[in-house]
Write a protein that binds this ligand. Structure first.
Ligand SMILES: *Cc1c(COP(=O)(O)O)cnc(C)c1O
Length: 246
């Protein structure tokens, strides 16, 4: 990855537009823009793009692949500069958990109890608390990871008993669609589910993130997600441009 490569898209202008759209969605739904955190999803993008977004004030970055994430963490450490909060948002294999402990602001993609238990085990070794979300397969897509909506409360109960995990909320990736309105029911369901968990005291309040955390909304549907209560939106394409998959 070439740190000095000049981004082909205008990341600053893209960010301005994204923030404007988040602010409009907040205005429509009586929310405050400062209650929505933008996680810029930089997967498959060069480290130079992260630096460009960091220079525009973005502090939270999301990655899907452990090796790419830890590589970028190392690049960030070696170039100094303002600290970055790293978010793991992709499917996490148990044998890779050890590489992330103590290095992520939040792991969004806890999609099984056995993964939660593996994180607990590695966190206990280092005597650290790890902040996590449970991933919910809100639309029950076969191709997607995550707990079925009706399994989520029980999973939250089991996870909240693990002493080195801090369960802050829920995450979902809604179906890819041309019509964001069609995802509104999934966002609303996730929001209701998080409220129930919160009322049942299964979620831990956290000074860094608004509780309960609702991580939902991507380039195609983030305004709808914000209207339905997202506290974190995960946006890649609208910030960095299209990705080239290998
Ligand atoms: C890639 C990805 C995103 C960002 O997707 P865009 O449509 O490019 O905004 C968000 N969340 C997850 C889990 C992803 O894998």
């Amino acid at each position: 990855m070439d740190m000095n490569s000049v981004p082909e898209v205008n990341i600053g202008e893209n960010l301005r537009l994204v923030h404007e759209r988040i602010a409009s969605a907040c205005a429509r739904s009586g929310r405050r823009p400062e209650d929505v955190t933008l996680v810029a999803v930089s997967k498959l993008k060069p480290f130079g793009d992260i630096l460009a977004a960091r220079a525009c004030g973005v502090s939270d970055f999301g990655e899907n692949y452990v090796q790419e994430l830890t590589g970028k963490m190392e690049q960030a450490e070696s170039c100094g500069g303002d600290p970055i909060r790293w978010h793991m948002i992709g499917h996490l294999q148990k044998n890779k958990v050890k590489y992330l402990i103590g290095r992520t602001a939040l792991i969004h993609s806890v999609d099984s109890l056995s993964l939660a238990e593996q994180i607990e085990k590695e966190a206990a070794k280092k005597d650290l608390q790890v902040k996590i979300l449970l991933e919910v397969n809100a639309a029950r897509e076969e191709s997607k990871w995550g707990f079925a909506p009706e399994e989520t409360a029980e999973a939250a109960e089991q996870v909240s008993a693990l002493p080195h995990l801090r369960l802050l909320g829920l995450m979902t990736s809604a179906p890819l669609t041309e019509d964001p309105e069609s995802n509104r029911p999934y966002f609303r369901a996730l929001s209701d589910l998080a409220r129930q968990l919160s009322e049942g005291r299964l979620l831990v309040p956290d000074p860094e993130f608004r509780c309960p955390v609702l991580s939902m909304g991507m380039t195609g549907d983030f305004e709808t997600a914000v209207e339905e209560g997202a506290t974190i939106v995960r946006i890649g394409t609208a910030v960095f441009g299209k990705r080239n998959y290998l």
